[in-house]
Design a protein. Structure first.
Length: 257
């Protein structure tokens, strides 16, 4: 099942994507073009994983890490499908990072790898938007580089774990204005999902709603205002977001309490 959150006629709705249609919690078909898509869940904490594909580390001239390299993605950065990513003024190099995102459904501490998938609720797509200008090294958490408002697209929906038989065999592609810029497969993860869950839970309790971004494959490249970023992950869906210029005024974000 594909679970979505969206705003329709001023109200936050929860629904599903089924048979090529968006259906709200009351069973009504709603126009996917007219709703405001939200991140499909409201995460407690978003854990990011850097350099989790060897070829991506190589393209940045960095060594393959010996253990997971973690950072926190601010919740304020999160936006939904089709929402605009704002290109900050004065930035020289901003890029996409297509990632499989893991949603925790059951709390746990010191989770063994053999039991890690018992704690997974499902999966979604993330775009870990990054400004390379502000990445100095992996010993300084890249909060500024990855933490701007709108730098965390998630969606368009999340998929039940049971509907993704092997999350380590998923094709990932990123298109910019229809051109393939990034291509990879989750089989090439340096640290597998069960290992990452075990590692994080060795020092902090993972809780329902936590999200883990599993890293991006090679193929990053600059984007500019006017570009449209389209990320596709096999078995999950397509997450699409345009890039807009902050200098021309950040578009209003509909926020409901």
């Amino acid at each position: 099942m594909r679970h979505a959150r969206f705003i329709d006629r001023g109200r936050i709705r929860e629904g599903v994507w089924q048979g090529g249609a968006l259906i709200d919690e009351e069973g009504h078909v709603v126009s996917e073009e007219q709703v405001t898509w939200l991140p499909p869940i409201e995460p407690r904490t978003v854990y990011g994983l850097a350099l989790n594909y060897a070829d991506h580390a190589a393209e940045l001239s960095l060594e393959k890490p010996k253990e997971p390299v973690l950072f926190i993605k601010p919740n304020a950065s999160l936006i939904g499908h089709r929402a605009p990513i704002v290109y900050p003024e004065g930035v020289e190099y901003m890029h996409y990072e297509a990632e499989l995102a893991v949603i925790i459904g059951r709390a746990g501490r010191r989770i063994r790898p053999a039991h890690a998938f018992d704690h997974v609720l499902g999966y979604t797509i993330a775009n870990d938007v990054t400004v390379r200008d502000f990445v100095g090294n992996m010993f300084r958490p890249p909060i500024r580089a990855k933490g701007f408002d709108t730098f965390g697209p998630l969606g368009p929906w999340w998929v039940d774990a049971a509907d993704v038989p092997d999350p380590h065999q998923l094709e990932i592609r990123t298109y910019v204005n229809g051109e393939v810029r990034q291509r990879g497969n989750t089989r090439d993860l340096i640290f597998r999902i069960d290992e990452v869950i075990s590692f994080i839970s060795s020092f902090v309790t993972l809780r329902p709603g936590d999200v883990i971004l599993t890293g991006t494959p090679p193929g990053i490249s600059p984007v500019k205002p006017g570009d449209v970023i389209d990320i596709e992950i096999e078995g999950i869906g397509r997450l699409v977001n345009p890039v807009v210029d902050e200098a021309k005024g950040e578009p209003a974000r509909e926020v409901l309490s």
